[in-house]
Design a protein around this ligand. Sequence first.
Ligand SMILES: [Mn+2]
Length: 122
Amino acid sequence: MSLIYVVHKHRSRQLHYDLRLERKGVLMSWAVPKQPSNSGLKRLAMRVENHALDYAKFEGEIPEGQYGAGIVEIWDKGTWLPESVKKDKIVFELHGKKLSGRFALIKLANSEKSWLFFKLKD
Ligand SMILES: [Mn+2]
């Protein structure tokens, strides 16, 4: 069974990209301040709360006054295939339109929420 992968482009107070990967019935999520790169550039990715699976399809406006107020659109979507999932390192294949290939998410030492997200070299 294939697992959902989606990146929401989120124009809130600060433009960012929300990377979401389906795991165990929810969407693990990271907020990525700079546009994710399909060519190996390392991007900071802040772990944020899991979202419900349904949220993968969400596009629209989060009203003023609510958390994350602003415009949300789907920037990329597809499926992902976990290769190795540890608490501080995830290696996986992405099958999206903009991002595809082998990627890694690696948690920074001494940080609670900061990870790096980048494409691995072939
Ligand atoms: Mn967001």
